[in-house]
Design a protein around this ligand. Structure first.
Ligand SMILES: Nc1ncnc2c1ncn2[C@@H]1O[C@H](COP(=O)(O)OP(=O)(O)OP(=O)(O)O)[C@@H](O)[C@H]1O
Ligand SMILES: [K+]
Ligand SMILES: [Mg+2]
Length: 695
């Protein structure tokens, strides 16, 4: 095994333990950050009182108006109410709004802190720009798409790009927080590099792929800062429902005095305001945006960058996951393992042509072939004159057209058979039997042919990552179907699919087939996630509802996806799905809780409002509250303090265990619906005992 492949394998093996480490470190960092975040959040709670900001959250805006109205009233004489009542209501309302603002600021806080530390890694970087064969020192900020730069050991990579020459280990900890360096090499799926990361060994030539201000780091900063946070369609829909409900209550409250006047008594404005605030869904109104922000933040803590909240929510509803095989389910370092000659050809002859077909093939597969036969002493790069035919997912072959007219190809067995037959060649009788033996072991056979003759097979070996079976089992329990789509042959695909425990597989997939599979699922009304790393995965990543690209992958894949896993661990889609589900559930649970809460508040406020005029109403005072004024204040205070009490739940999310959606739904309805009715009865009663001491 070459140094680089051993390195990649070790890296993959570290992933699961490093995941845990990243989490621990996250907790430690979070502790030191927390008190700062709380301080700024308290400040923010006041600055967010600005009506121009508040109006974006209509429910809390109404509470703010209520605060203003009762504040003004407290300076005016009142007939029925004691002088302190208006100002007390006004202050409780002010705190209700402040608590909601605090929740939002707190949720935003961590991202802002993270953005600050990312900005620090965006210091001045110099680049060695290659122009007209000369090297020039320029500022990284002047680099444009298409520029070619050389980065040496100890230098920062000036901007995002694709390695076009060489191989180097790169420390990406500025972005991923992971200190072990990763290997970057030209060709294949490990070629993209990110600006702001450090080359720790060797030297690479890079083609820049982003213009100033559009780099990955820029996007990442904007993202964690929440600068461009947009409400998701789900959030907008829920907001609309909640606001409509609020308008209905507003209408009821505004028309109430008409009825009471008719009945011959009047209700004070402060009492009406209190009733309105208790009835409108302030709990969820105050926590809604915090829930969304915290959900995104949980994804980031797992080292996954989600480009939008919409993607995270979609992950929560995913029915099908499409995975590619190489580099996703397997380690992705398909390496030449053995050469097998067919129909009486010698291994040396096969090795010679395998070498010629691969000497310019910069893919990891191609390089591994050259390395393998070099190590055996079968081949040395002499002067081979010819035109290189690069590997394409469409042809599934690569090779050389030599200047003397000889055509050499290696590639997927079927592809090479077709190519040889087109030139009138014969297919060796023992070829398919030997290819099948390789495939049955989960290896990838590549046939090697020269003109119309097949010389034999290259056995490319790849290993399934450990723990896959358990991870896919977990997905099954969540009710999610897994489909492996691979460009490899059906037999290899079947072996790997069985070993990894995926539900279905599709072999000999070209990029457009991967899209077709996704579209077919989507047509059945399913939400589809796709994980991949290669350029050939990019169109499918874009088509999927959730596209998770590996950070190690090509920039095409990363551009197309709406999520990037900085640790390049494809099974992290499971965590993203769990976080998405948790986000949707948390929102649902707190909405249920918020609306169920109102029931208890009716029983507190309504009898209190009417007992003076209609003594029989006292019957409804089931809670035995001290006095009408104490009842109203207690309900209002409960309504306010339930917001900060629920902040931890909004931020952490309700607990999630893999089970069917129906089971989850009834469990949550019970806890948050039933609990939402019981808790305020107790809460209001307890508060009333205290308030009753004064009122
Ligand atoms: N460098 C190469 N030269 C020739 N043939 C290759 C080369 N690399 C891969 N192949 C052949 O082409 C097939 C498709 O490869 P490709 O990388 O497109 O698969 P893929 O669609 O990415 O599949 P996977 O899901 O396994 O990642 C391989 O199974 C192999 O037979
Ligand atoms: K309320
Ligand atoms: Mg691939």
């Amino acid at each position: 095994m070459s140094k680089s492949s051993a390195f990649i394998k070790e890296k993959h093996e570290q992933t699961s333990s490093s995941l845990r480490l990243v989490e621990d470190e996250g907790i430690r960092k979070a502790k030191t950050m927390d008190s700062d975040i709380v301080k700024t959040s308290i400040k923010q709670s006041f600055t967010k009182l600005d009506p121009r900001v508040m109006v974006k959250n209509p429910i809390m805006f109404i509470v703010e108006i209520g605060f203003c109205v009762t504040l003004v009233l407290s300076f005016l004489p009142s007939e029925n109410l004691p002088g302190w009542f208006n100002i007390t209501v006004s202050m409780i309302l002010l705190f209700t709004v402040l608590f909601a603002n605090f929740a939002e600021a707190l949720a935003e806080g961590r991202g802002k802190a993270q953005a600050d530390s990312l900005k620090q890694s965006k210091q001045d970087i110099w680049a060695n720009l290659i122009k007209n064969d000369k090297v020039m020192k320029v500022a990284a900020t002047e680099l444009r798409k298409g520029d070619i730069v050389v980065v040496k050991q100890g230098e920062m990579i000036p901007s995002d790009g694709e390695v076009i020459k060489g191989l180097a280990s790169v420390d990406e900890s500025a972005i991923t927080g992971e200190s072990a360096p990763v290997l970057k090499e030209a060709g294949g799926d490990f070629s993209s590099v990110t600006g702001g990361t450090l080359v720790v060994s060797d030297e690479i030539t890079i083609r820049i792929t982003s213009n100033p201000g559009e780099s990955f780091l820029d996007k990442m900063i904007a993202l964690v800062e929440g600068a461009k946070r947009q409400k998701t369609p789900n959030e907008i829909a829920l907001n609309t429902v909640l606001f409509s409900l609020t308008l209905v209550f507003l209408l009821v409250i505004v028309t109430l005095p008409v009825f009471t006047n008719y009945l011959g008594f009047s209700i004070d404005t402060a009492v009406l305001v209190a009733l309105l605030v208790c009835l409108i869904p302030t709990t969820i109104g105050g926590l809604l945006s915090a829930i969304g922000i915290a959900g995104m933040d949980r994804v980031t803590k797992f080292n996954v960058l989600a480009m939008s909240g919409k993607a995270v929510e979609a992950a929560g509803d995913i029915n099908t996951i499409i995975l590619d095989k190489t580099g996703t389910i397997t380690f992705g370092n398909r390496m030449a393992h053995t050469l097998i000659a067919v129909s009486g050809e010698t291994v040396e002859e096969l090795a010679y042509w395998a070498g010629i077909s691969s000497c310019m093939d910069e893919t990891p597969e191609g390089r591994s072939v050259v390395e393998y036969i070099n190590n055996k002493g079968w081949f040395s790069n002499g002067t081979i004159e010819g035109e290189f035919i690069p590997f394409k997912a469409e042809t599934r072959m690569s090779g050389m057209d030599l200047h003397d007219g000889t055509k050499v190809r290696k590639g997927a067995v079927n592809a090479v058979i077709n190519w040889v037959m087109q030139q009138g060649g014969n297919i060796p009788l023992d070829l398919s039997k030997r290819a099948d033996l390789i495939a049955k072991e989960g290896g990838t056979p590549l046939a090697v042919a020269v003109n119309n003759k097949i010389y034999g097979l290259i056995y490319l070996k790849d290993t399934v990552k450990p723990g896959m079976r358990e991870r896919f089992e977990e997905l099954r329990r969540m009710g999610i179907k897994t489909v492996m789509c691979t460009g490899d042959n059906p037999l290899t695909a079947a072996t790997i699919a069985k070993e990894a425990g995926v539900d279905e597989f599709i072999a000999e997939c070209k990029p457009e087939d991967k899209i077709a599979v996704i579209k077919a699922e989507q047509a059945k009304g399913k939400l589809v996630a796709m994980t991949g790393d290669g350029t050939n995965d990019a169109p499918a990543l874009a088509q999927a509802d959730v596209g998770l690209a590996m950070n190690s992958g090509t920039s095409a894949a990363k551009e197309a996806a709406n999520m990037i896993d900085l640790d390049s661990n494809p099974t992290k889609i499971i965590e993203v799905v769990a976080i998405g589900k948790q986000l949707l559930m948390t929102r649902g649970a707190l909405t249920t809780f918020s609306i169920a809460n109102d029931v208890a508040k009716y029983f507190a406020i309504i009898p209190a409002m009417f007992t003076a005029a209609i003594p029989q109403m006292e019957m409804l005072n089931v809670m035995g509250l001290h006095s009408p004024l104490s009842a109203i204040l207690s309900a209002l205070i409960f309504n306010a303090i339930i917001i900060p009490l629920l902040i931890p739940l909004a931020m952490k999310g309700v607990s999630y265990k893999p089970m069917s959606s129906n089971a989850l739904l009834s469990r949550n309805l019970f806890i948050y619906g039933f609990g939402g009715m019981i808790v305020p009865f107790i809460g209001i009663k307890v508060i009333d005992v205290f308030v009753g001491l004064f009122v």
